[in-house]
Design a protein around this ligand. Structure first.
Ligand code: C2O
Ligand code: CU
Length: 464
């Protein structure tokens, strides 16, 4: 990891706390049970690199990155009027939500692209409480890298987002020497064939090394969201403090203690922390720990709202006796074993794919896209996606529309069964992703290293 620019933020006084108060117009009548928001996507600028440095020009939802914190209550409807004031088409995907297919926000697959000047009304029920996020899904590799994403929290009945329940959206940006988004390298084939677009500047809630005031004398729930294009991040707390992991990709889990947590792009972890004094949250994936934020237990809450999720996941791991097995062979990228693949009905060499079409990855011998069908399955069928990462790169593989069970060693050395929507697969790994196909529609299955997806790591699972 390049530390050069990460370190420039040191010593700047940066005042910040929670996410800024939602800057959205809350249009709705609570009496209908509807949570209604307006989300405008447009150009803007923000002090990503601290007040002392120039603002960074970005693409923003509601004039900030991360975009406004959208909050809903479980079982309510969420309504978002999306207004596109960008110069390019866009859509919004609600990552991790077991959504209606037509509200899933995948252009060309579940809805038409929302062109500049157009709008689209998203409206769906919130079935599950937990930590989610939303992001642009058209040319996500560029639009997310320029700032188009935000947190979505669905609360249980009695939960509140007070100082004992904090949302931390983490991103790594690739900035130039004058603190602008590095546009020259946007779409670099080198990134697409290697580990994706890795940044050189880390922010939490759009700020460099923020001071985050949290509740004192009570365990605090941190809801971490990795919004990076491609960076896998590992965190620890200074001062031998541990995390207690209580939810994974939104869904509650059997709690466990750990001193390190890893989040691949798009993954979320909810962790409980009990700090006696101010401690740094550190990114430790390189040999040099890097302080990303200071957590200060300074806020006294008279009545902290309940902040621990129920220990039961949304649904139990199904028995797989008569499950249908679908094999997915992932190949491609630099130093890989993909020599040729099918693309638009033609078998092309990897060189032709890369040079003529900017494609570098394949599922089952076929370069993927929004129209590549990986499987057609029956509604309520038990499914095992047997995935083989036959490449030299890790991949954060994401299924839209439903979570799956996976026996994961992502965080602990002993594997643990987890309910997830995004799973980090190591080089060479074979994994089984298990679920009941209870959500009808055309569901995208793709790598959330967004450059890999753009270069062919994606396909569709059709449930009907
Ligand atoms: Cu969060 Cu298809 O993505
Ligand atoms: Cu990938």
């Amino acid at each position: 990891m390049k530390r050069r620019k990460f370190c420039r933020g040191t010593g700047l006084a940066m005042a910040s706390m929670m996410l800024p108060a939602p800057s959205i117009a809350v249009l709705g009548a609570a009496s209908t049970g509807a949570n209604r928001y307006e989300l405008v996507a447009q150009k803007g600028a923000q002090h990503l690199a601290g007040q002392a440095n120039p603002q960074t020009e970005l693409l923003l939802y509601g004039n900030n990155t991360p975009g406004p914190l959208l909050v809903g209550r479980k079982s309510d409807m969420l309504e978002v009027e999306f207004i596109n004031r960008l110069e390019m088409a866009s859509t919004i995907h609600w990552h991790g939500i077991r959504n209606l297919n037509e509200m899933d926000g995948v252009p060309e697959l579940t809805q038409p692209n929302v062109e500049p000047g157009e709008r689209f009304h998203y409206r769906f029920a919130l079935k599950d409480a937990g930590t989610f996020w939303y992001h642009a899904h058209n040319m996500a590799w560029e639009q997310v890298a320029r700032g188009l994403y935000g947190p979505l929290i669905v609360l249980e009945e009695e939960e509140q987002l007070d100082a004992s329940n904090m949302v931390l959206v983490i991103d790594d940006w690739r900035l130039t020497a004058d603190y602008q988004i590095d546009m020259a390298s946007m779409g670099s084939l080198h990134d697409w064939s290697h580990g994706g677009r890795l940044g050189n500047w880390l922010t939490i809630n759009g700020k460099s090394k923020p001071d985050i005031q949290i509740a004192r004398d009570t365990p605090v729930r941190l809801r971490l969201i990795n919004a990076a294009n491609a960076r896998i991040m590992t965190f620890s707390l200074a001062g031998d403090n541990q995390f207690e992991v209580v939810a994974i990709d939104g869904a509650p889990c059997t709690a466990f203690m750990t001193d390190r947590i890893t989040l691949a792009p798009a993954q979320r972890l909810d962790v409980m922390v009990s700090l006696q004094s101010a401690q740094a949250l550190q990114e430790v994936s390189s040999d040099q720990p890097f302080d990303v934020a200071m957590l200060r237990p300074e806020i006294t809450l008279d009545n902290p709202a309940p902040n621990r999720p129920d220990a039961r996941p949304w649904y139990p791991r199904p028995d797989m006796a008569d499950a249908r097995v679908i094999d997915i062979h992932m190949q491609g990228g630099a130093m890989g074993n993909l020599s040729s693949a099918m693309f638009q009905g033609e078998e092309l060499s990897l060189r032709e794919l890369a040079q003529q079409h900017r494609k570098l990855w394949a599922f089952n011998g076929e370069v993927g896209g929004y129209h590549n069908l990986l499987a057609e399955v029956d509604l309520m069928q038990k499914i095992v996606l047997r995935v083989h990462n036959d490449s030299r790169w890790p991949h954060a593989i994401h299924l839209h529309g439903q979570h799956f069970w996976v026996n994961s060693s992502e965080i602990t050395s002993e594997p643990v069964w987890m309910l997830r929507d995004t799973y980090l697969m190591a080089q060479g790994e074979k994994a089984e992703l298990i679920f009941i196909a209870d959500n009808p529609g055309q569901w995208l299955f793709h790598c959330h290293m967004l450059e890999h997806h753009a270069a062919g790591m994606g396909g569709v699972i059709s449930v009907s």
